[in-house]
Design a protein around this ligand. Structure first.
Ligand code: ATP
Length: 206
């Protein structure tokens, strides 16, 4: 079973890496692809270029077994619709199980995504539920039908389920890091030392 973790990663931080490490362990994923978006469809434009964001993802995960950086959305260019990436991966993976890993905040916006109803035809969705975020008390039908609480079931089918996974809070956010760079980032920055060095070297977010 393979994981896919997409994001803007402007910049990537330990909240991303530690939480996805936990998901990888809990679901015994073979590997996780980190896919930086070229132009994210659902939010304001990133501050730094796709090339810098890609370089930071590479630096943050390069020594972590089972984490791989995938630059297909940046190479493709344009707006990075998840469904385009999933169609390509489905072709490449055949019948292997694929899990899109999403924060609950992102998952709640799913029905606004481009061709969203096709997403569960290509992959499962693993929803990371952080403290402070709750699912709606009345779930829409499509969600109820896809809900699955067995990891074994996820493994046996290539796509189609939503699996809910509570994860601990990690109070780091890219927005906060970007705000703090021009002042001080010496302590508790939530970045890997290599990523911090890269940000300093290229004077990103100054
Ligand atoms: P920003 O502050 O720029 O909005 P972000 O981290 O929320 O940054 P992305 O880089 O696009 O934005 O996030 C990718 C994914 O990481 C999303 O699914 C989001 O829910 C999840 N995520 C973000 N921060 C954390 C965190 N501290 N712990 C766990 N998951 C996180």
């Amino acid at each position: 079973m393979i994981g896919l973790f997409g994001g803007t990663f402007d910049p990537i931080h330990i909240g991303h890496v530690d939480t996805v490490s936990l998901v990888k362990r809990k679901l015994a994923l073979d590997y996780v692809l980190f896919v930086p978006a070229n132009i994210p469809p659902h939010r304001s434009s990133p501050i730094v270029s796709p090339e810098h964001r890609l370089a930071m993802v590479n630096l943050a995960i390069k020594d972590i077994p089972g984490f791989k950086c995938d630059d297909r959305e940046i190479k493709r260019g344009g707006v990075s619709y998840m469904i385009l990436t999933l169609r390509e991966l489905r072709q490449e993976l055949g019948n292997r199980s694929l899990c899109v890993i999403l924060g609950l905040d992102s998952f709640l916006e799913l029905p606004s995504w481009h061709q969203w109803t096709e997403i569960l035809e290509k992959a499962h969705i693993v929803v990371m539920q952080r403290p402070g975020w709750a699912a709606p008390s009345i779930l829409p039908d499509w969600w109820k039908e896809a809900n699955q609480s067995s990891i074994d079931e996820l493994r046996m089918q290539p796509h189609g389920f939503v699996y809910y996974l509570p994860v601990p809070n990690c109070e780091v956010s890219s927005t906060n890091i970007r705000r703090r760079v021009p002042r001080s980032l010496e302590k508790d920055h939530g970045l890997s030392p290599r990523v911090l060095q890269y940000i300093r070297l290229h004077r990103l977010y100054d």
